[in-house]
Design a protein around this ligand. Structure first.
Ligand SMILES: Cc1ncc(COP(=O)(O)O)c(C=O)c1O
Length: 373
């Protein structure tokens, strides 16, 4: 029998987070839940299926065309917006499955027009402009040229949305508002050129929790849906609940004498006689190896520090004070007794961000995903 490694996803908490976000932005603002990368690791289909119950969802936001096609194949009929990774050759499948592209380059725009003309259809799309992230999006200096082309080709393309993306919304309000002003001017320009743009969206989690002026009439939260905020400084802005718990089990228990080393490279030496628990969870389960000697886990409500190098399928922890027995439950993410370990804690200890902890742990080759309310 396998050791029980479970990733429990609490869909009730996902609903709670979504409703909190809806309250913050208000009823005049639609939401594009960002569910790319397998719903930030939580399962794209289950997250989509839960959120499409809500009437204020404008689209489900994904990164790749393939993610959108997968959702359609699984029966999701909500509007879907592909925000980043697409080829002009994807427009055929997008059109046939009612999937909307975000056109972020002049080349994609001319491909979209060419596709619509060949097909004799009017193709709905959103346009993305770069306001300072310098990743994807057309340069705002070309807004006039782009608007003229869209006007000329209005029988082939339907401009349903304008978007941009913030680079530092969690940490630099001044810069965020500069980007926001650029976006606002862009919208005003398109509207004065006669476009009636249905969706105007730029705000990610860091922005929508802090700056009402970034909401326009649509926001694109990702991390917040899953219960996290992109910076510790934002904790007081809204009370969200992490939706993922990850648990495993102790495989074995042994004693370690003072002065003895443990695990590959013996990077930890016992400073006293101790009891060691071996946990069935390692870097193949998405635990960063640089958490070696830094992380903690929870056993019977007690914080147990990880000792020695994290291995492929296991890590070791000090259970001297945990009163543990073989096969006891070990919490990697989540709560036990009064203690809680969050993705923020692991992120801080491994020098990364909670986004990476969530998507990486979700790659576990063994964790069984369990969905619960
Ligand atoms: C284009 C785009 N919009 C929105 C988001 C959501 O951002 P966050 O998870 O910070 O809310 C992302 C995430 O990376 C994104 O790439």
């Amino acid at each position: 029998m396998n050791f029980n490694i479970t990733a429990t996803i609490h869909l009730g908490r996902l609903r709670y987070n979504f409703e909190k976000i809806s309250d913050i932005v208000g009823s005049n603002v639609s939401i594009i839940p960002v569910i790319k990368a397998d719903g930030y690791g939580h399962g794209i289909f289950e997250v989509a299926n839960t959120l499409c119950e809500y009437s204020n969802v404008a689209y489900l936001g994904v990164a790749h065309t393939e993610e959108a096609v997968l959702l359609r194949q699984k029966g999701i009929d909500e509007n879907i917006l592909v925000m980043s990774c697409m080829h002009g050759t994807d427009f055929e499948v997008m059109h046939s499955l009612n999937i909307t592209p975000v056109i972020h380059s002049f080349k994609l725009l001319t491909d979209a027009i060419g596709f619509a003309k060949d097909k004799g259809v009017r193709f709905p799309l959103h346009l993305k402009f770069d306001t300072g992230m310098s990743r994807l999006g057309m340069n705002i200096e070309y807004a006039e040229e782009v608007a003229k082309l869209c006007s000329k080709e209005k029988d082939s393309i339907a401009l349903e949305g304008l978007m941009s993306h913030f680079s530092d919304s969690e940490s630099d309000s001044e810069w965020t508002l500069v980007q926001n002003d650029r976006f606002k001017s862009l919208i005003e320009f398109f509207e004065s050129a006669g476009f009636d743009v249905k969706y105007k969206h730029i705000a990610n989690t860091g922005a929508f929790v802090q700056h009402k002026e970034t909401h326009f009439n649509c926001v694109r939260p990702g991390l917040g849906l899953y219960g996290y905020l992109p910076s510790a400084d934002l904790k007081k802005t809204v009370d969200l609940k992490p939706i993922l718990d990850v648990k495993s089990q102790l495989i074995s228990i042994h004693e370690l004498k003072k002065g003895e080393g443990i695990s590959y490279g013996r990077t930890f030496r016992a400073e006293r006689d101790m009891v060691v628990g071996v946990v069935a969870f390692g870097y193949a389960d998405g635990l960063f190896r640089n958490l070696s000697n830094k992380m903690e886990c929870l056993i019977n409500g007690v914080r147990c520090r990880g000792i020695g190098s994290v291995c492929m399928d296991m890590f070791m922890c000090d259970i001297t004070d945990a009163d543990a027995s073989a096969e006891d439950e070990v919490v990697i993410l989540g709560s036990s007794g009064k203690e809680t370990i969050t993705a923020d804690e692991l992120a801080e200890k491994s020098g990364t961000i909670s986004y990476e902890i969530l998507t990486n742990i979700a790659k576990s080759i063994r964790a069984q995903k369990v969905y619960t309310d």
